[in-house]
Design a protein. Sequence first.
Length: 66
Amino acid sequence: MELTVAITGASGAIYAHRVLLHLAASGVIERLNLIVSEAAKTVAMVELGFDLRGADETKIGEWIGL
């Protein structure tokens, strides 16, 4: 299954992160397309301490435990 997830700059980066962790670990998702707004990258940095600015596929994979 292919899934596209978009993350906005609203507070709650932990929820987006948890959903992505569970989706990645589910074994059901073959391809996960991720759209992250600039504001969401800032929120992730503030709330989770993870810098997504300039993130490539490898860095996103690290963020969701791949």
